[in-house]
Design a protein around this ligand. Sequence first.
Ligand code: HEC
Length: 315
Amino acid sequence: MSKNNFKFEDEIDFKDVLKNPIRWFGFVYPYFLIIAIAIGMIWVYKMDILFNNKIPPAIIDSTRLFKDIEPKKGFSIAGVDVVKLYSEKEQLKTKGEEIFKANCSSCHGEKGLGDGVAGANLNPKPRNFTLSTGWKNGRKFSEMYKTLVEGIPGGAMVSYDYLPIEDKFALIFFINTLATDFPQVSETELKELDVAYNLSQTRTLPNQIPVQTAIMKLSIEKTSDIAKINKIIEFLNYHSNPAKDIFLNVTYNSVKALQTLNANQGWKTEKENFVKLISSSVNENGFNSKALMLTEERLNLLYDYMNYLFKLQYD
Ligand code: HEC
């Protein structure tokens, strides 16, 4: 037997490892390394996203949010009888005081001295209602009404037009109690106020729809307009009629001419409007200069034919 007899030993002495579990770490270690390298690779791979900030930010940039107006049903503000309303002065004063406290005293002060906390740093300062000087619109009933409707431009006194007419009256009745020297109100002044602001007429505020909906509605209308004009053109192609020849003769672009007619509906009832329409901006509206030289007879033919074309149901 050679002395060099080399004895192969197990690289891992499992029995020994079992006895000494801490040695497991030695075998697990390479895997940690692999995991670490993998994480590193993922990081490098995603670096582009990380550095270009493609990850959505946690806080949404609210300036980029598009907020549309709410759909709202129109409503009407009932008209009032100004003289009758004026006669309810005594009862309305108390109501006016409440509205004043809620909406005005922050600037004008509880007693209307112009000393409300919110008005302290304003320039111009809120009006002191007990002084007769420095008024811009004035202290008369109708002048204060104007202030409430229109506000005073260039300062903190904004319009309070959204308040019902009765509330505006009530406010002024209350302000009138704050000093003894407010000008008397005459019936003429009230009547003039009525005329100036249409107070006896019911005001109707129209329905309101979101802009997006409006755009959609418009584009649907537009598409149906195009479809309609196409149908008319198609009809023209397949039907001959002396009036059709007149039409083709006085137009340089029949589609454009039909669009002009379609966009302005007033011509259908008044021949005069029709003449105005086809002869205004000739060479832009699809009609040519021959449209200006039509005899009465040919004009009538054309007018009736156009009315006929636009009244036809094409589907
Ligand atoms: C944010 C503060 C503020 C509030 C709230 C406010 N006002 Fe004023 N108001 C002013 C200021 C400031 C002026 C003076 C404007 C000027 O001189 O240009 C003024 C002026 C006036 C005047 C005098 C207009 C004139 O002819 O010079 C009247 C009347 C008036 N306010 C009534 C009211 C009533 C009624 C309310 C509540 C519905 C109200 N204000 C709420 C700030 C306010």
